[in-house]
Design a protein around this ligand. Structure first.
Ligand code: GDP
Ligand code: MG
Length: 762
């Protein structure tokens, strides 16, 4: 099978083309650096099947960044049949810089001129035939997004001849020098001698390692800065031949994107705007009062809100009522005293469906005359646990959809840019923020994405804080407990609590990175050069692919890991140590209870330890089960709530369960928040831990586990103590200031501390 590698600048549409060719669903995001590893697929639409490799995006073939090394080594070592060089036609000059380097290799190249739909939309013209003559390899105009020209591209790619000698656009005074170097490599029997010759002239370290290369380099360069000369030559050639400027219509000085950026990346307003956008997203996902209609109405009517269905005499809608009055149950998904937000409506509808299913299963189990323990296993353990988790799917998807839209439009890239501007001086670069922001989706790809960071210490610090960017699986903990708090403590809104928790997670992450970068994880902050991608309307299909991926992943998890965990938890809390079934008796005698009670005191400083009432150990247990998958925290609640309250009907949104738990144990609001934040910042799920282990530089894994434990413990304790005794904030502040002072004094050399060894890189 012939193999073709996709090579091109970051964000030129490689993955979009890869997906279009192979029918795969790899992640496409409108920011540079999404693909960091190579990915393989098969294209079946042509005369023969061919393998396609998606390489990471690169600006050049110099071995400066990990992406460049991966791409360069792949082409040189694996020798693909041909390279499909994707060129963003809206940015022709910059993209061709890489093309001129690819052409120097002894490998067949075909240029895919992508984003031609954009070019046509703005009314530009590109003379494809002229470009083809100039570069000397086939050039095909395509639109990967709209799937135009792809067949032609592949037909011509498959028809490429297997042999091609490298060619260069570099001429003039450089030509004889390159020729000498080329002969040197050719004599040495090296493949792609021209490519190596040019790289050697650029002073590329890898090339200078060849025997005799250093001497030759010194002789040829004669003290000149050859790297600059070569780059200069390339740009000169490109702008002389392909300057798009000359055939462009006179453009207004600012494009629409530029205008939007003036506002969205504003020095002062950029960050507040991001906060407002984030809040709007949370409002649309979680709000029970979408347009604040009820809030306004009740303000105008002396505190009396709009009538709920209960006010209208329909009672609370439990399982049986749903069957008696389906119409009302359905209407109550959309309105109950106020119009719900889209996220809440979807959740309600989905849960109505789950309710039916559970009710049906319950009736079936009853009809089958199952033994008490079997009925409990099915209803409380399996069905309860899984639906408790599945019930969150609509909200996770809604939130994820909004994040995908932000990413696809190109806004998230701006967020990285804004954050870079603020935090660069603290050792945090925009490059590191991109994987962190990806963490809102799932920590796993986000941790893998840190491969784009060149500095090991920056990478370690980033991987450690990625879990603090709360992922979809942690959402159930947040909404269920926030919902329970609102119900029990009369707090105003779930969305506000959730939003604050997300922000608190981000703030914790930033503080941790700043501290690490000032102490154990020092290193230079590499310059952040990212050109901001143009804003564009996200492709519907791409968004749906993202959502579908997420759904698959989540459902699979619910029926595997979470299924097994809930059954295990059900078992541990349904049986005594002597293997007798507890049934309706006190679950305080269960195996789980005794284990829970053992670890419970550990959480006393965080508010959910020994100070809690008789069932206080359930929070400790939930926190531990979360180490397997964060969804387990809530499914554990569900299983346990069913035991605490006889005849308890699961609520599917976890709020009822949280209410039961909080009431039974006497958790205070501060302890609830501490519990949420502990789960958010402690050791992440099993899968994330394994990924971290694989991605962290050698020897950093143990420290990372300790870091997670210590951070979550400190954050939880701080929240609980301050929430309970407000004046303790002064103690915390004093400690923080003292620690900061010590670090600053140490780093400026004013005091000497033996402890943290400075690992300063040059
Ligand atoms: P990669 O970084 O090179 O893998 O680029 P991606 O495939 O992730 O695409 C970057 C952005 O460009 C995404 O937002 C795509 O939707 C968009 N894009 C890709 N191909 C096209 C195209 O042909 N036309 C337009 N208008 N947008 C495209
Ligand atoms: Mg990509």
């Amino acid at each position: 099978m012939k193999t073709f590698a996709l090579a091109g600048n970051p964000n030129c549409g490689k993955t979009t083309l890869f997906n279009a060719l192979t029918g795969s669903t790899a992640h496409v995001g409108n920011w540079p650096g999404v693909t960091v590893d190579k990915r393989e697929g098969v294209y079946k639409g042509g005369a023969e099947k061919v393998a396609i490799i998606d390489l990471p995006g690169i600006y050049s073939l110099s071995p400066y960044t990990p992406e460049e090394v991966i791409s360069r080594n792949y082409i040189l070592d694996e020798k693909p049949y041909g390279i499909i060089n994707i060129v963003d036609a809206t940015n022709l000059e910059r993209n061709l810089y890489l093309t001129t380097q690819l052409l120097e290799m002894d490998v067949p190249v075909i240029v895919a001129l992508n984003m031609m739909d954009e070019v046509e939309k703005v009314g530009d013209k590109i003379d494809v035939a002229a470009l083809e003559r100039a570069v000397g390899v086939p050039v095909v105009a395509i639109s990967a997004l709209r799937k135009k020209g792809i067949k032609e591209l592949m037909d011509r790619a498959i028809a490429l001849r297997a042999e091609r000698r490298g060619s260069t656009v570099l001429g003039g005074a450089l030509a004889p020098k390159i020729e000498r170097a080329r002969q040197f490599f050719e004599a040495g029997g090296v493949a792609s001698p021209l490519f190596h010759a040019v790289k050697m002239l650029e002073g590329d370290e890898i090339e200078l390692k060849h025997d005799g290369a250093k001497e030759l380099y010194t002789e040829i360069s004669a003290g000149q800065d050859m790297e600059a000369a070569v780059a200069d030559e390339r740009y000169k050639y490109i702008s002389a031949h392909f300057s798009t400027a000359k055939n462009k219509k006179e453009k207004s000085a600012l494009t629409k994107s530029d205008k939007a950026d003036k506002v969205l990346t504003h020095r002062i307003w950029g960050l507040p705007i991001f906060a407002v956008i984030l809040f709007a997203i949370f409002h649309l996902t979680f709000a029970e009062d979408l347009f604040y209609i009820n809030t306004i109405y009740s303000a105008a009517n002396g505190g009396n809100g709009l009538p709920t269905f209960a006010d209208m005499g329909y009672g609370t809608l439990g399982d049986s009522e749903i069957y008696e009055n389906f119409g009302i149950a359905l209407a109550a998904c959309f309105y109950d005293g106020a119009v719900f937000s889209p996220g809440v409506i979807l959740t309600n509808l989905f849960n109505l469906l789950l309710n039916y299913i559970n009710y049906g299963i319950g009736l079936g189990v009853e009809a089958a005359g199952a033994a008490e323990w079997a009925a409990s296993l099915i209803n409380d353990g399996i069905v309860g646990g899984i639906t408790a988790v599945l019930g969150f799917l609509p909200q996770i998807l809604t939130l994820f959809l909004f994040f995908s839209i932000l990413e696809d439009t190109g806004y998230m890239a701006r967020v990285a840019f804004i954050l870079d501007r603020i935090f660069r001086r603290f050792g945090l670069s925009g490059r590191a923020f991109m994987p962190m922001i990806m963490g809102f989706g799932c920590s796993l790809p986000a941790m893998i994405n840190t491969r784009t960071l060149a500095d090991d210490n920056e990478r370690t610090a980033t991987i450690r804080v990625i879990p603090f960017f709360s992922c979809g699986a942690k959402l159930p903990i947040l909404t269920a407990i926030a919902g329970g708090m609102c119900e029990l403590f009369g707090l105003p809104s779930v969305e506000l609590i959730t939003f604050c928790m997300y922000v608190l997670g981000i703030v914790t992450a930033i503080i941790c990175v700043i501290v690490m970068r000032a102490t154990t994880m020092r290193g230079a902050v590499p310059p952040f050069i990212m050109e901001l991608p143009a804003y564009h309307i996200p492709g519907f299909k791409n968004l749906m692919l993202h959502l579908w991926d997420k759904t698959k992943h989540f459902v699979k998890k619910a029926f595997t890991i979470i299924f097994v965990s809930t059954v295990l938890i059900w078992f541990l809390q349904s049986f005594r140590w002597n293997w007798t079934y507890i049934g309706a008796d006190d679950m305080g005698e269960s195996i789980l209870a005794s284990v829970g009670q053992l670890i419970q005191p550990l959480f006393t400083p965080l508010g959910f330890g020994s100070q809690l009432g008789s069932y206080g150990w359930v929070f400790a247990v939930a926190a531990i089960t979360g180490l397997i998958a964060k969804e387990n925290v809530i499914s554990t609640f569900t299983v346990l709530a069913a035991m605490l309250v006889a005849g308890f009907e699961g609520t599917e949104d976890g709020i009822g369960e949280a209410v039961v738990m909080i009431e039974a144990t006497g958790m205070t609001p501060a302890a609830c928040i501490a519990f949420i934040m502990f789960n958010m910042t402690t050791i992440p799920c099993f899968a994330a831990v394994a990924t971290a282990k694989a991605e962290l530089p050698a020897g950093k894994f143990g420290g990372t586990l300790v870091f997670w434990l210590v951070t979550s413990y400190l954050v939880g304790t701080a929240i609980y103590t301050v929430g309970e005794w407000w004046w303790t904030i002064f103690i915390w502040l004093a400690v923080a200031v003292a620690a900061a002072a010590v670090i600053i004094l140490h780093n400026t050399g004013k005091i000497k501390l033996p402890s943290f060894k400075a690992k300063r890189k040059s």
